[in-house]
Design a protein around this ligand. Structure first.
Ligand code: NAI
Length: 296
């Protein structure tokens, strides 16, 4: 979607971090921007930052796991600015702890926000955008953790692989409606995601131990060297304008990605393939190539 001026964008997790970076860049580009966030303090601080600008920004308090509230937020956005055409499902949390120490509550909380929130955003807005019939753009925030695994944040990684898979599939589904779909995969960004525990709902805090303050401090220091969220927002806007499938803000992952893909290819066996099976796979690949060409 090259022509973004005057278009309405809805950004979840827009009260802080990457979402707020996107909001600043989008508003600067002449878009009308709704920032939706579960944290009222983040929304208040964000709106205070927009006070002396002529940007058109509206804040809505929203928990992305609440489907009824999501529909109400979409109604409010439309009432304030008109139909939404650009949706950035960006709200996310992390708890930086290994999978083998995790509880069902940990799983439900992280998958509920990081994957469920994206699903809810898609389910809420896609029918509205297709009904409008003027095209649009969906940008879902995954992470480099949608490609790179490690022992530290297994549930988060699971959720981000799922967001990537969902977003890639969605791109082919929405191409006929002229709705572009992108997946944002950042590395380290200077945000306060390490504070996620502060907004963990009581109902999903069953066996949660005390917060390790020393670990929190180290995470805060680490995130300071992350990319500026406004720079990430600029790359998202460029990706939206070009309808790029992948938006990778960080260049430092090229070698590691190559290693991962090489490792996968080495594991795939060579040898003769049953001709009927091969014909099926070739037909599928041709259909996928046509869908990809249509989506660009
Ligand atoms: P952040 O914590 O600074 O911002 C996320 C915002 O989402 C916060 O304002 C928070 O209040 C809001 N939020 C959390 N749960 C919510 C819910 N249930 N409903 C509505 N809003 C909710 O974190 P950051 O870093 O800006 O994260 C944004 C996205 O970027 C997340 O999806 C995260 O996983 C992803 N990401 C972040 C990276 C980083 O290094 N900071 C790296 C890769 C991906």
């Amino acid at each position: 979607m090259n022509d973004v001026e005057g278009k309405v964008a809805f950004i979840t997790g827009g009260g802080g971090g990457i979402g707020l970076g996107m909001a600043e860049v989008f508003a600067e580009a002449g878009m009308k921007v709704v920032i939706a966030d579960i944290r009222q303090d983040h929304l208040d601080a964000a709106m205070a930052g927009f006070e002396n600008t002529n940007f058109q920004v509206h804040a809505i308090k929203l928990d992305v796991t609440d489907r009824a509230a999501f529909a109400r937020a979409a109604d409010e956005a439309e009432a304030v600015f008109g139909p939404v055409q650009i949706v950035c499902n960006n709200a996310g949390i992390n708890m930086f702890s290994p999978m083998d120490e995790s509880t069902y509550d940990d799983w439900d909380w992280i998958m509920g926000v990081n994957l469920g929130g994206v699903i809810n955003g898609v389910q809420t807005f896609v029918p509205r955008i297709t009904a409008l019939g003027q095209g649009g753009q969906i940008g879902n925030t995954a992470s480099m953790a949608a490609f790179i695994t490690g022992p530290g944040a297994g549930i988060y990684t699971t959720s981000k692989f799922a967001v990537r898979g969902m977003t890639e599939s969605l791109r082919w589904s929405l191409a006929p409606y002229n709705i572009g779909v992108s997946v944002l995969c950042p590395g380290l960004v200077n945000s306060t995601i390490y504070e996620s525990d502060k907004i963990r709902p009581a109902a999903l805090s069953g066996a949660k131990g005390p917060v390790d303050e020393g670990f929190m401090k180290r995470l805060a220091e680490l995130h300071k060297v992350g990319m500026d969220p406004v720079d990430v927002g600029g790359k998202v806007l460029a990706g939206i304008r070009a309808n790029d499938l992948y938006i990778f803000p960080h260049p430092e992952f090229r070698d590691e990605l190559r290693e991962i893909f090489d490792e996968i290819l080495v594991a795939v066996p060579e040898g003769d393939v049953d001709p009927q099976r091969l014909a099926f796979e070739e037909g599928r690949r041709e259909a996928a190539a046509r869908a990809k060409a249509q989506a660009k």
